[in-house]
Design a protein around this ligand. Structure first.
Ligand code: NAP
Length: 432
């Protein structure tokens, strides 16, 4: 029997477990570990709460967790409760699927002022991530700025502009719904350091901004190149740019405005002990398509600044790490140690991108450890013995189902669940 530990229960972890199970059948056991007592990582804590159809992919992961050769082991933090070397003692291979949970920094003065939050923190706040549930972002001022021209920036701007009515059917956590309902924010400026042709926003996500109850997107037609210049763009990008062009024709006749400010590079955040404004430098594109500052600056008022400029992976002791991800060669980090998903390739692509990624890394595992051979390792049994010695009580998939039932039973009318936002509350739901 082979034993595999997949560290991280987000999309990359589940697709890899699925691929390993398919490859090895009954000759292997796959344990999916997570530092939290509950599974699904990005699906639970990252995907927007008003995107329930995307979150429904967890049903597919349920099937994997319920299959005979796969187990979920939650409440175990690799690097803190157990080292990678110890995991390698107990497992034939360890696959790190730990995602990219940390915000990249802008690296500009004022970034540490209260009122400046990274998108991982802000998204974690409205999604009930235990680390960020108490963030309490300032929403009493009239103006917020979101830095970045990707889908996460769109998520943040949309969530800031929706009415309570528009959150019906979502699983936004109660504390965020209450705060947003009382929010005074009426203007949300999305700052893109390059232009409309350089956005990383996809059509579906962008299109949603055109149909909001109380907010309207606003864009300066002067930011666009001539319409013929859209022709050579990739079809997806062309569609997104077309949507942006359509926004330029909308009347700003709703209570809130989402202003797209392109060619705008943040250079400082200022305020009296807290964020009050963001200083922005006008840019032009250089020969390589990068943003070059022109020296012309202006200020955008913002008592809340959300930076949505990408993520990095958490380092784990003794695992080579560079440029925000684990050093790897096609997923292989070293002898019997692999990385997959954002921990392998950086924070790009959709949830679905992790499927081929997971299967590719599983192929590498199979090549290194052919099916039908045995590693003679103890797997979960050995790991659980070690955890017990350390006073750590892991959760399993049945525990998660109990937590899920409790979360479902405390949901607001029309909402699928009201998440617990503290580790203690998850464990209390299990009577611990
Ligand atoms: P992203 O797509 O890489 O976008 C990051 C944005 O930040 C880019 O516009 C980038 O501009 C900008 N940026 C980077 N450094 C900057 C700086 N120092 N100053 C100003 N701007 C800066 O990242 P993301 O939005 O975090 O999304 C991560 C991945 O998740 C993406 O693949 C995304 O599509 C996916 N996602 C998908 C969905 C969905 O499908 N519904 C939702 C959320 C996220 P430059 O281009 O100039 O570098």
């Amino acid at each position: 029997m082979r034993h595999f530990a997949v560290v991280g229960s987000g999309p990359a972890g589940f697709y890899t477990a699925e691929a390993l199970e398919k490859a090895y059948g009954e000759t292997a056991r796959v344990d999916i570990l997570d530092r939290y007592p509950v599974p699904y990582g990005l699906i639970r804590f990252g995907v927007a709460p008003d995107h329930q159809s995307l979150k429904a992919v967890s049903k597919r992961y349920d099937k994997v967790a319920e299959s005979a050769g796969v187990d979920f082991i939650g409440n175990v933090s690799v690097g803190r409760d157990v080292s990678v070397a110890e995991l390698l003692d107990h497992y034939d291979a360890v696959i790190l699927a730990t995602g990219a949970p940390h915000d990249r920094k802008l690296g500009i003065p004022g970034e540490d002022l209260p009122g400046v939050v990274g998108s991982a923190e802000f998204v974690g706040w409205y999604n009930g991530h235990p680390e960020f549930a108490h963030l309490d972002p300032p929403v009493a001022g009239g103006h917020a700025a979101v830095v970045g021209a990707g889908n996460v920036a769109l998520d943040c701007a949309r969530i800031l502009s929706k009415t309570a009515h528009e959150f019906e059917g979502s699983d936004i956590v109660g504390h965020a719904l209450d705060a947003l309902d009382k929010s005074a924010i009426r203007t949300i400026t999305i700052l893109g350091r390059r232009g409309p042709h350089q956005i990383a926003m996809t059509p579906k996500e962008l299109g949603e901004l055109g149909h909001l109850e109380a907010a309207v997107p606003v864009i300066d037609p002067a930011d666009f190149p001539p319409v013929e210049a859209d022709e050579p763009l990739d079809p997806g990008l062309r569609k997104s740019v077309g949507l942006l062009r359509g926004f330029a024709d909308l009347e700003p006749d709703k209570a809130k405005r989402i202003i797209f400010d392109f060619f705008a590079k943040p250079v400082a955040i200022e305020g009296d002990g807290k964020a009050e404004r963001i200083i922005v430098e006008r840019t032009v594109l250089d020969d390589r398509g990068a943003a070059r500052g022109t020296g012309e600056t202006y200020e955008v008022p913002a008592s809340l600044v959300v930076t949505a400029i990408g993520y990095s992976t958490s380092p784990i002791p003794d695992v080579p790490f560079e440029g925000g991800k684990f050093v790897n060669n096609g997923g292989r980090i070293g002898d019997r140690l692999f990385a997959v998903g954002w921990a392998r390739r950086g924070p790009t692509g959709t949830i679905g991108t992790n499927r081929p990624d997971g299967y590719e890394v599983a192929d590498q595992v199979v090549a290194a450890l052919p099916a039908g051979t045995s590693g003679g390792r103890a797997g979960a049994e050995g790991l659980k013995r070690l955890l017990e010695q350390r006073g750590i009580m892991p959760t399993d998939y049945d525990d998660w189902r109990k937590i899920e039932e409790t979360e479902t039973s405390r949901a607001r009318p029309g909402s699928p669940r009201e998440k617990f936002v503290r580790v203690e509350d998850w464990l209390r739901a299990l009577g611990r």
